[in-house]
Design a protein around this ligand. Structure first.
Ligand code: SF4
Length: 351
């Protein structure tokens, strides 16, 4: 069977097939990715009214791609007090957010309680608000720092009101590349094991992939296959989020950045390969809003949300520091001839 015959029949593709997909032209890939998108979601594009909060940028790890953590490149350390976080949440709730998305650097000085108690405080005051918090990388850091198992930390998250896990910290799973870009933090297998544990508790999460730096196309496909295998076991991933590498203010010496063609191919191939993950998110913060809108024609059916404020990628050059207004978001999706649908964090449609 040729690759095109497999694509026509909807047969699951192998790792080798996935690598070969990159040899197809973008329009052909878009055709098959769009077909899958339309079968799953029609012309609907989901978005969320949410708020990102990044409570500290002090980090014990040194990922070479990172521009967010306080370091020689970004010498402005901060750690928010819980009262400051609560004041932000209060204002965002008034603005109509449905989700608060909290991820931090790996700060060894705050104590475990500082990380966990804020979730309980938010949940107590705003029980209707979905708390998405702590990446697998943060969970691993907390488990090592405070001598607890991954499962202990996960149980504490649940006790303190965390509803779902974000997909960060996955970067790329290939061990060689991982060693070069973020050696020292959660390993690929640990990242997958933590999400498996979370799913086994009946909870849902997302998965990311950081691409466009020093990884090869084959490494991206390997990343997708490892996620697909876990999803076959647990079914706990809601969305796959390919994150485009941001190039400023970091220690990774990348000179060759992906073209729009390469980025869109990667979206389309993600949609084709990850047949068991329902949603493909074009996170406009890293792809730019213009490319995210085009990605709707290449398999993406979710553009994330209004965000309000974003610190991690804007530190590395992304134009996302102040989020986006809901009205603007809706108009952009509509003008690209898709149907904007507000969703909650678990992809239930919101009136
Ligand atoms: S990516 Fe996260 S873990 Fe790595 S240095 Fe930056 S803040 Fe720390």
């Amino acid at each position: 069977m040729t690759l095109i015959e497999k694509l026509e029949s909807g047969k699951r593709l192998t790792y080798e097939d996935g690598v070969s997909l990159y040899n197809l032209d973008l329009i052909t890939l878009g055709k098959y990715a769009s077909k899958i998108r339309e079968e799953k979601h029609g012309r609907k594009t989901y978005y969320n009214v949410n708020r990102h909060i990044n409570p500290t940028n002090i980090c014990k790890d040194v990922c070479h791609f990172c521009a967010y953590s306080a370091s020689r490149k970004n010498p402005q350390p901060y750690t928010l007090k819980h009262e400051e976080i609560m004041a932000t949440v209060e204002q965002s709730v008034k603005n109509g957010i449905k989700e608060v998305h909290i991820v931090s650097a790996h700060n060894p000085d705050t104590g475990l309680e500082w990380y966990l108690e804020i979730f309980a405080k938010i949940k107590e005051k705003y029980p209707q608000l979905h708390v998405k918090a702590l990446t697998a990388a943060e969970i691993h850091f907390l488990s090592e720092q405070y001598n607890k198992s991954h499962e202990d930390i996960i149980n504490l998250m649940i006790q303190n009101g965390v509803d779902s896990m974000p997909g960060g910290g996955a970067e790329v799973f290939d061990e060689e590349v991982r060693k070069r870009i973020c050696g020292g933090k959660v390993t690929s297998q640990q990242w997958l094991d933590i999400h498996k544990l979370w799913h086994e508790k009946g909870r849902q999460s997302n998965a990311t992939m950081l691409f466009g730096h020093i990884e090869s196309r084959a490494v991206r496909v390997d990343h997708m296959i490892r996620l697909r295998e876990l999803q076959d076991l647990t079914g706990g991933f809601n969305a796959f989020i390919p994150l485009v590498y941001q190039k400023e203010n970091n220690y990774l010496k990348v000179t060759d950045f992906p073209t729009a063609n390469e980025i869109l191919k990667t979206f389309a191939i993600s949609r084709i390969m990850l047949d068991n993950i329902p949603h493909l998110k074009a996170y406009w913060v890293t792809s730019t809003i213009k490319l995210a809108l085009i990605a709707q024609e290449f398999g993406a059916n979710d553009l994330d949300g209004t965000i309000e404020k974003e610190s991690i990628n804007s530190a590395a050059g992304a134009n996302s520091a102040n989020g986006m207004k809901q009205k603007e978001f809706l108009e952009l999706i509509e003008s690209s001839r898709f149907i904007p649908v507000q969703r909650d964090s678990l992809y239930n449609e919101v009136d």
